[in-house]
Write a protein that binds this ligand. Structure first.
Ligand code: SF4
Length: 350
């Protein structure tokens, strides 16, 4: 059956109008707030984002407020959401948009694409939702829905996108493009779910090739997730009532966040040897003694970390500068830290 593009979009948007979730960022037309929500929703679930979004908007209610805030304050608000580059780019773009566009998000996709964090997806989602500009978007949910609607074989990856985009360009309505894009995302999240698509409740089941061919559970082919296990040691060094923390480099994983010193245990290495080596390499310090405190597991997308935490005493003093500080327990919470370090601080009180 050939798809009637007009009726497809109408059926999808009608369904969305009647059953969309009432989410905080759907109650606003403010492009800045829509932008913040779209950045937060990348790689993070809606339920997690709800709380963070409310707090972030309260702290930075306007683009001007965000641009004026120090990066460390922004990262602190972001703490727990992960993928901190999103926050860094959000802040960088806010500063530049204030300077170059008086705090107004440009409507031209080409212009917006020049700002940090505005790839094709973010540009399309923000402009279509905020200004109703007819741009297509493809995220993981839309890719899966598109593959099923067209019964495309293979794994869900960006190689599928040109065909899906061609299809989306045919069904994208000129009006309500933002609602159309959100409807597709909503469909992928709530109906055309990855493992168990609810085809009987699907507003576009009649247009779906995979449904017709009974292939919906076989499309896309599922990819085995490779998760690496990492074992690491972490040193709690105390002087009087203050703890030693250091800032991670400005580039790379968890860039610019603060943490207790430590690192990965190399193969064949004992925990105490790893501690001594890390303190030597990172800080030029010699470990005097280490007392085991507790072990903690933390999960990232691609790896699991088992952290062994030790109370350490060292010979000499670490050098104190802008990226190496002694901080009281009360003040530790003022520094943006990876979630695993946040968990450790909670355990330290116990
Ligand atoms: Fe997904 Fe089923 Fe709807 Fe097809 S009919 S789009 S497989 S939920």
């Amino acid at each position: 059956m050939a798809i009637s593009y007009k009726s497809f979009s109408r059926d999808l948007i009608n369904w969305y109008d009647g059953s969309k979730r009432d989410l905080p960022w759907r109650r606003t037309r403010d492009p800045y707030k829509i932008w913040v929500s779209e950045i937060m929703l990348q790689q993070t679930t809606v339920n997690t984002v709800i709380g963070f979004y409310g707090r972030f908007i309260k702290a930075f209610p306007t683009m001007k407020a965000l641009a004026k805030a120090p990066l460390q304050t922004v990262l602190k608000q972001w703490q727990g959401l992960g993928y901190y580059n999103r926050a860094r780019n959000l802040h960088r773009s806010a500063v530049r948009l204030m300077q170059e566009h008086r705090g107004v998000l440009p409507r031209d996709p080409e212009v917006l694409r020049a700002f940090p964090g505005f790839g094709p997806y973010t540009t399309g989602s923000v402009l279509s939702i905020a200004y109703d500009i007819p741009l297509t978007i493809i995220d993981a949910n839309i890719r899966r829905v598109g593959m099923r609607l067209l019964a495309l074989p293979g794994e869900a990856n960006t190689k599928q996108d040109p065909v899906i985009k061609e299809f989306l360009l045919k069904i994208l309505p000129l009006k309500r493009a933002g609602d159309f894009n959100q409807a597709l995302m909503e469909l992928g999240a709530r109906v055309c779910a990855s493992k168990y698509p609810s085809c009987t409740a699907c507003p576009v089941a009649g247009y779906c090739r995979a449904n017709r061919l009974d292939l919906q559970k076989k499309i896309p082919i599922s990819k085995k997730k490779i998760v690496t296990d990492i074992q690491a040691v972490l040193a709690i060094i105390k002087k009087n009532d203050r703890y030693f923390i250091q800032q991670r480099p400005e580039k790379g994983l968890l860039a610019g966040l603060w943490e207790f010193p430590g690192g990965k245990i190399e193969s064949g290495e004992s925990e105490s040897k790893a501690l001594a080596r890390e303190l030597k390499e990172e800080l030029g310090l010699q470990l005097r003694s280490a007392r085991f405190l507790f072990r903690l597991k933390h999960f990232y997308t691609q790896f699991r970390v088992e952290l062994s935490v030790f109370a350490c005493s060292i010979k000499g003093e670490p050098t104190i500068d802008a990226a190496h500080l002694w901080v009281s327990y009360k003040d530790l919470s003022k520094y943006p830290m990876p979630s695993a370090n946040g968990k450790i601080i909670e355990r330290l009180t116990a």
